[in-house]
Design a protein around this ligand. Structure first.
Ligand code: MAV
Length: 326
């Protein structure tokens, strides 16, 4: 009798130890880039802020350089609540789970940085966030972004004639392919980690991307001609898996939402501020040649009806008009 009482006491102590250990949370993140890229810096700032705002123990295990794949992989992981708990994603890479989310990063949505900033500081995109949570199991905790996307290609593309039939890679959302088809190009959706090879082997003639990523992943080696179409100002949500988020203590959830908003603002200032510098750095290093693009107005004119039709199909006409009117 005596003996079993002792055993009980020991077991209780052990259990106590185990449950304390379980209260310590480790979250795993993913970035396709190294420490120098704005996405990684924003995720680091997010981690720092969560730790600062939360009283309990939380650890971060951020895997860099595409160790866990590319964004189209992360989306599946977040949806299933496995392998990746937090990251930064292009909305157009989440189209498989939510048809409406790519609206927030479709080309030619924003007139300029001021417009982009006004929209991201408002709650205009809230219905898209709600759909994403519902349909994809992904929670937006903040907004990074601010890169300007241009064409990057093996040969210069300087006007609508040269753009006609241009074999280029686009992100997986149908609206991306529809947009570039409407302006006369020949887009195909190819995984991001296959783009470099596809250009090198001539399967495609180019793609479109922002300066930070062209530089970080050395795309200039195969696509050194950057044509200033300036068709997109990026919106890049900091996201978490809802399956993981919903299991966290309420105080940690609150810390994450606050940290996400602040880290997003930090990241947007960083990437939008660096965009021109990064282009210039690549010019100075002889890595890229930059070309003016004649016909941006024409592109815009051809793209608007595509945007209208997409929004109408989603029942998001009011949302789109609201964003345009800001
Ligand atoms: C850039 O690396 C980023 O905008 C990233 O979020 C996208 O996934 C990627 O381009 C892409 O084009 O897929």
């Amino acid at each position: 009798f005596n003996f079993s009482l002792k055993t009980l006491a020991v077991t209780a102590v052990l259990l106590g130890g185990v449950s304390t250990a379980q209260a310590d949370v480790t979250l795993r993140g993913a970035s396709m880039f190294d420490e120098e890229h704005a996405f990684t810096k924003t995720l680091r700032e997010f981690e720092r802020l969560v730790a600062e705002k939360y009283d309990g123990e939380v650890e971060f295990d951020l895997r860099l350089n595409g160790e866990l794949g590319v964004e189209s992989d992360y989306v599946t992981y977040l949806n299933q609540g496995v392998a990746v708990d937090y990251t930064i994603l292009a909305p157009s890479n989440m189209a498989v789970f939510s048809e409406s989310i790519p609206l927030m990063d479709m080309p030619f949505l924003f007139r300029d940085l001021e417009h982009w900033d006004a929209v991201l500081s408002s709650d205009a995109l809230k219905p898209l966030e709600d759909d994403l949570r519902e349909a994809a199991g992904i929670v937006i905790v903040g907004y990074h972004g601010g890169g300007v996307r241009n064409l990057a290609s093996a040969e210069p593309i300087t006007n609508m004639d040269e753009l006609a039939g241009h074999r280029m890679r686009v992100m997986g959302a149908p609206i991306q392919a529809q947009t570039f088809s409407a302006v006369g190009a020949a887009p195909s959706a190819i995984a991001y980690n296959e783009v470099y090879n596809a250009i090198q082997t001539g399967v495609i003639a180019g793609f479109e991307n922002e300066a930070a990523s062209i530089q970080n992943l050395k795309f200039y080696e195969v696509a050194p001609h950057v044509s200033l179409t300036q068709h997109t100002i990026t919106v890049r949500p900091i996201v978490m898996s809802a399956k993981i988020f919903d299991e966290l203590p309420a105080e940690l959830q609150a810390a994450i939402m606050d940290a996400g908003a602040e880290a997003g603002a930090f990241g947007r200032a960083l990437e939008s501020g660096q965009d021109g510098e990064k282009l210039q750095a690549m010019i100075d290093a002889g890595q890229i040649e930059v070309h003016e693009f004649e016909g941006r107005e024409k592109m815009l004119e051809l793209v608007q009806p595509v945007q209208d039709a997409y929004a109408e199909e989603l029942g998001a006409t009011e949302l789109l008009n609201n964003v345009r009117g800001m």
